[in-house]
Design a protein around this ligand. Sequence first.
Ligand code: DGJ
Length: 765
Amino acid sequence: MGIYYDEESSLFFIETKSTTMCLAITDKEGFLNNVYYGTKIQRDNLRYLLRTGVSPFVPSVNERDRGSYLDCARFEFPSAGAGDYRPSAVTVTDASGHDASQFLYESHRIYKGKENLYAQQVDGKNVRMPATFEGGGKAETLEITLSEDVLGLKALLSYSVFEDSDAILKNVRLINESDSSVIIEKLLSSNLDLDKGVWDEDGPDVVTLSGTWARERHIDRRNLSRGSVEVYSARGETSHQFQPFMVVCDKDANDSCGKVYAQTLIWSGNFICGSSVDQFDNIRSYIGINPEHFKWDLKPGESFQAPEAVLVYTAQGFDDMSHIFHDLFRDHLIRSSYLHKERPVLINNWEATYFDFDTDKLISIASEAKKCGIEMLVMDDGWFGKRNDDNSSLGDWTVNEEKLPGGIRALSDKLDEMGMKFGIWFEPEMVSPDSDLYRAHPDWAIAVPGRKPCKMRNQYVLDITRSEVRDYVYKCVSDILKSAKISYVKWDMNRQLSDLGSTQFDAESMGRLSYLYTIAVYDLQGRLLEDFPDLLLENCSGGGARYDAGMLFYSPQIWCSDDTDAYERLKIQAGTEMLYPLSTMGAHVSASPNHITGRAMPFDVRGAVALSGTFGYELDITRIPSEERDAISEQVEICHKYGETVREGDYYRIASEEAAQYYDAWMSVHKDKSKAVFTYIQCRAYPNGKGRCIRLKGLDPDADYKILLIGSDREGSFFCSEAKKKAWEALAPGILSGSTLMNAGLIVPLLPGDYAQMMFEIARI
Ligand code: DGJ
């Protein structure tokens, strides 16, 4: 890996282990163009790729005076209003209201390492933004300065690579060196122009992750044809609806092969992420802050930092793409000291009691849980103010002593005596209209003067861009954390932003609010982790509405979805795992029938699905059938035994129920290929069928492996019934090489009934 500049050809080569990106400065004007991004190639003179030459409107080579050059060249930082009619990466309006700009090469520097990104809060304080960092793998950075001479602006485009990664990291900083303010209407973090020639005749596909509450991050695939495909959020969070993630890939790309260009954003607020095909079939892919609800009055001498974008290219399909993202996030983004540690198996009381609990109830759950090997009790929503439903008390972070006599300290002491860790829920960014806080400070809620803000879940959003509000919120959380033995915080956010108004901004600056809101969340969580370095933080947003790379900078795990139905989770988790490591995915076993879908599922299947995330329980353990309670300790043991493989290994999609008709399967393989866990879920019974031959992935072809149906070696296992054991024994192959398992495959028996699981340990001998 490395970054090279060839003086003679004015070409930049940004190289990772297996990819090359080549940028060129055009001779005449100094445009920065992207001439190549793909599989690693020699550092040849690629200037010939600058020639557009063939369109009817461009009869001669590099004919600049023809308008269509500007509308079809592969620009790195395309601006609006000056002849490129495709989606721009930057739009600025000057003091006289004009919005044309053109950024041209001025200088560059290449340096070892990678600098942190900072945003400026309202009080002038610099807040570190989430971004990848060097960690164990060396980094190199190219910073190109582009200049907009008419407006007196500079754009600093940074490109970083790590020696151990195939991702390219990009970010943009805009600086106003003029004497007057400009308005940034749009500033994206990355633009990638690709030539149609990269694909076969029928063009590429686009893959996104989309959904809604309780159906987050389903994999969505469609053809990319002329026009645009865009996913976005204007909700003040990344959202249940879309992820800042898009893949442009070969039409026949699959998990194991095909060219894949993917992008994501290290950001937890509004975003757009799109791909558009122009009149010449060029493809423009872009990602950055959503220009909706955004306007930044960039004053003389000020600069504005856009979040970091991640670009990944591979010719080896989606599994390889996922490995690149997973490794990048684990090695260069997640800072928590828990990253590589076994996380405590927790039991959360939300689905067990909702708001109806007290110390006795929690202790009874905890003591049953303790007997089964569960290590931590998490007290969810409802412990403060007079919150017995979702109508009140957000903002009043004082303990409800009617529910918890002696306060949190008494509860945490009891748990501590039992040898149980204790975790607690907060929703710090919110205020209930029915709260002492709102009655004292109605102006602390985000609202437009003269307009009643819309309520969602009966609550408003606090204007944490104001430092006094942020300090209040922080003190509430930290006072509670200091008052007792608390190992874990679940940080929730249960509504989106709307009615954007803040008393501290004038008309000119009001458009800063949604960006600074996200920065304020980062500031709060950053402070929390600085003051409580041993805290395990789990982010959450009404399920998984703020599951993004930005939050991973603060919390090593994020609650994946409020939908804990194991069947629904197959789709949610497969989409999540496309981008995020399994170690980040909060996954719990809940009661059956499931509270959201009403679907009944066997306990072992609920366990097998949850075991591929950060494992826990979300049910009233004192009330579930005794055979389910008895099964918990075995599941906890499985979690401990295979946790490392799931947490640290490479994830492979094997089959999805949608395509495979009746089953779903996936694997986690240790980095050294010594051990793998293969999970097979039979979703539906299949009449008159036979055992399914499944080819495994990621093993060492030359090594021999022993296959164990997990639980089959245990007397009276709850995880593996005698019938299942027998069905497997009839087909069990004995020792097989990795090459056989990956090519000839393993035969998994057809099981009776809907919803059955088989988990296998595949161990090198
Ligand atoms: C939404 C979360 O996703 C749930 O797990 C729970 O914490 C509730 N909020 C509590 O209000």
